[in-house]
Write a protein of this length. Structure first.
Length: 54
């Protein structure tokens, strides 16, 4: 069993794709789909926070 916590949704799907292509696992579980945010969403959130402090 492998437990991972990628920083972005893209990172998660990259890992899942690698696991599927190599047939490394018979079962892949995604615990929180809501946590699979994209890099652009993270960047937008950070930009919004920076704009609020100015």
């Amino acid at each position: 069993m492998i437990f991972t916590q990628p920083d972005t949704g893209e990172g998660a799907f990259y890992m899942i794709n690698e696991f599927v292509e190599t047939r490394a696992f018979d079962l892949i579980v995604i615990d929180s789909v809501a946590a699979l945010i994209t890099t652009s969403q993270i960047d937008s959130y950070i930009l919004d926070l920076l704009c609020l402090t100015i």
